[in-house]
Design a protein around this ligand. Structure first.
Ligand code: SF4
Ligand code: SF4
Length: 165
């Protein structure tokens, strides 16, 4: 532990706090001429990295089909009970699909558990951070708002494949 100077050992300048004031002013001056890190939002948008966890979305394949098989794992693991899935049968190779898939964005805490648990890479955390609601009902996102083309989510999917074991 460094020994503190006693008041009687301080020089006159130190007693007047002058070195500290000059140091503080020099730091302020340096910051005034360094490049700004502040973005002029909303004119300038923040482009998040692929590790960013924005709102969860559902993956829509290139042939317009949804990847989700309505297993319900994401709804089970969601700590905020924000997800509601209702499964229905299909006639195709993929036997089930979500007839209804809703996420209550007022409840979602962006934890990413749904993404982690999904066996199909069907729900991922997007880069979208702009959420605006005017009432509680419009905060419940259905498939119309949740389904996003796979090409727009490729960054995140590649990131998950690299780091998710
Ligand atoms: S990110 Fe977390 S809180 Fe939000 S829907 Fe997924 S599991 Fe639920
Ligand atoms: S998003 Fe994934 S975990 Fe959730 S129901 Fe669909 S396939 Fe299952």
């Amino acid at each position: 532990m460094t020994e503190k100077k006693r008041l009687k050992d301080l020089t006159l300048l130190e007693k007047m706090y002058l070195p500290q004031i000059v140091k503080g002013l020099a730091l302020t001056l340096k910051q005034m001429f360094s490049p700004s890190v502040t973005l002029q939002y909303p004119e300038v948008k923040f482009e998040p990295p692929s590790s960013y966890r924005g709102r969860p979305v559902l993956v829509k394949e290139q042939n317009e089909t949804e990847r989700c098989v309505a297993c319900g794992l994401c709804a089970r693991v969601c700590p905020a009970l924000a997800i509601e899935v209702q499964a229905a049968e299909t006639e195709q190779e993929k036997e089930r699909y979500p007839e209804k898939f809703e996420i209550n964005m007022l409840r979602c805490i962006f934890c990413g558990f749904c993404e982690e648990v999904c066996p199909e890479e069907a729900i991922v955390m997007s880069k979208d951070y702009e959420l605006v609601f005017h009432d509680r009902e419009s905060a419940i996102y259905g498939k119309d708002k949740l389904l996003v083309p796979v090409n727009d989510l490729q960054d995140r999917i590649d990131y998950l494949r690299k780091f998710k074991k």
